[in-house]
Design a protein around this ligand. Structure first.
Ligand code: NAD
Length: 504
């Protein structure tokens, strides 16, 4: 296998994010630290927002305190009655206006995302469109929140089931999709008639606050959509404790998801969780290799690998194993590493240094245990958050990367022999979010997609998300679904009504 040098750029990107932020059309995107009850709060202690590509401070936000959460819950409570009484078509019109404003300001929003999250600008632009899509989808879904009429089991009676908004919802959102993970939750909650309080990740407050500016501009009433930036534990504790918060939606690690589930138990909230993944990407030897390599590139390196759908274990059948590894290595060698605001960049920094450390630990562990490693030499001038795209081949099940999520641009390739074997190995995980199957055999595709224990399966495709699909995982990858007609159900209660004694 040819070991080539991966192209990457040095630290000439210092000051790049600051220059872009100075040129935003909407200067107000950088003002304020929280939107509570229709007012912009400055917050207390200042927190630096960091460009992960350079380590520079690019902005400051204030930290909200637990009392601000209480104010937000009270405002949400006041706003609930009027919001739920609005016609769904009216709520939908406001959500559509919000989506249009996001698209109108897509460039500013994308610059904010890239500056604080690190992803390439083209991917950030895509995230804005993807995020706006959830608002549009749920704008319509609110009008279709049908109940049912059930043929009665009692004489002279009528049986109805109505869907009603559950109450105030809270969202705790991650840094890898700092816009779309907010709109995917808020679109569903608001369409259902529920106010929502959002606590974004501390690494990416600017994107969340800009989305809140546009929500306000779209005419979402005070208290219906609120965002508070601050310490995760301090802010989530009052959200968990408060019985007025009836639904909690979280995207992030399985570890934090478990804590939140436990915390929500006391007030028995409806909890939806989108947690970690450990996606198997299975390549059978009947497949067109080019398509499989393109799919693996997309499934592994989108969002610089910081994606819960990322291919974590690439299982390749023995007959095409060597050819696949060689072609995959060649494709990886074409990736450009650099600041997300540089146009040629395909791979940006890890948003959090801890994720970069985890990647390096997995590479070291695999190397020690006999994996072949393909990567360029780390350039000392790159900020420590960068992990160069790395291919590990001949990975075995005893290596860390084979049983823990990576969340970075490190691709693990493992050989396999039979269909039964690879299904068993793919399913031998406590995670069950996404899986990929590449085969030209129709019956094989049907068999494997049936037997695989994952919530989402891409057959000969690495690109399957979008507003209409039920996004969610099995096992410890989560609870509930987001997007699709099911997403709105996370924010609704079913009410069964029996009208009796109807005989004249
Ligand atoms: P995390 O779970 O710690 O953070 C996600 C969100 O939870 C953030 O808003 C964070 O502020 C909040 N949070 C953290 N600790 C909390 C607590 N004790 N109480 C309440 N809220 C809390 O994730 P991370 O450490 O930033 O990333 C680590 C790993 O999480 C990644 O490597 C990846 O495996 C996973 N992750 C998954 C997704 C996803 O899309 N499913 C997104 C981000 C991270």
């Amino acid at each position: 296998m040819a070991f080539k040098t991966i192209r990457h750029k040095g630290p000439q990107s210092v000051g790049l994010a600051t220059r872009h932020l100075q040129n935003l059309r909407r200067r107000d995107f950088l003002a304020g630290s929280a939107l509570v009850d229709g007012r912009w709060l400055a917050g207390e202690a200042r927190e630096a927002v960091i460009d992960p590509a350079t380590g520079e401070e690019i902005a400051e936000v204030g930290r909200c305190a637990a009392e601000d959460i209480n104010l937000a819950i009270a405002a949400a409570e006041r706003s609930f009655a009027a919001w739920r009484e609005l016609l769904p078509s009216r709520r939908g019109a406001i959500l559509r206006d919000w989506a249009s404003l996001m698209l109108d300001h897509s460039e500013d929003l994308a610059i904010l995302v890239t500056s604080e999250q690190g992803k390439p600008l083209a991917e950030a632009r895509h995230e804005i469109a993807y995020g706006a899509g959830f608002l549009e989808w749920f704008a319509a879904e609110g009008e279709r929140a049908y109940g049912e009429t059930i043929p009665s089991h009692k004489p002279a009676s009528l049986v109805h089931v109505r869907m009603q908004p559950i109450g105030i919802a809270a969202a705790i959102t991650p840094w890898n999709f700092p816009v779309a993970m907010i709109t995917r939750k808020a679109g569903a909650a608001l369409a259902a008639g529920c106010p929502m309080v959002v606590k974004p990740a501390p690494e990416t407050p600017l994107s969340a606050l800009a989305v809140a500016r546009l929500a306000e501009q779209a005419g979402i009433p005070p208290g219906v959509f609120q965002v508070l930036v601050g310490n995760p534990i301090e802010l989530s504790a009052p959200l968990l404790r408060d019985p007025r918060i009836r639904a909690l939606s979280f995207t992030g690690s399985t570890q934090v998801g478990r804590l939140l589930l436990e915390g929500a138990a006391e007030t028995v909230k409806k909890v939806s969780l989108e947690l970690g993944g450990h996606a198997p990407f299975i390549v059978f030897d009947d497949v067109d290799l080019d398509r499989a390599v393109k799919g693996a590139m997309a499934a592994k390196f989108a969002t610089s690998g910081q994606d819960c759908l990322a291919a974590n274990r690439i299982y390749v059948q023995r007959g095409v194993y060597s050819a696949f590894v060689e072609a995959f290595a060649d494709a990886i060698a074409q990736l450009n590493v650099g600041h997300g605001l540089e146009p040629a960049t395909n791979i940006g920094p890890m948003t959090k240094l801890s994720v970069a450390h985890k990647c390096r630990d997995q590479i070291d562990d695999a190397k020690k245990k006999g994996a072949r490693v393909f990567s360029a030499k780390q350039d000392e001038r790159l900020a420590p958050n960068f992990v160069l795209p790395t291919l590990l081949s001949d990975v075995t099940e005893n290596m860390l990367i084979a049983h823990e999520e990576t969340f970075g641009p490190v691709a693990a390739v493992l050989p396999f022999d039979s269909e039964e074997e690879v299904i068993a190995r793919a399913n031998a995980s406590e995670m069950g979010l996404a899986a990929y199957i590449y085969t030209d055999g129709l019956r094989r595709a049907l068999r494997v997609s049936e037997q695989i224990e994952y919530g989402m399966v891409g057959v000969n495709t690495a690109s399957f998300t979008g507003p209409p699909i039920p996004f969610g995982g099995w096992k410890q990858s989560g609870l509930g679904r987001e997007g699709s007609r099911h997403g709105i159900e996370e924010y609704m209660e079913m009410k069964y009504v029996c009208f009796g004694d109807l005989a004249a």
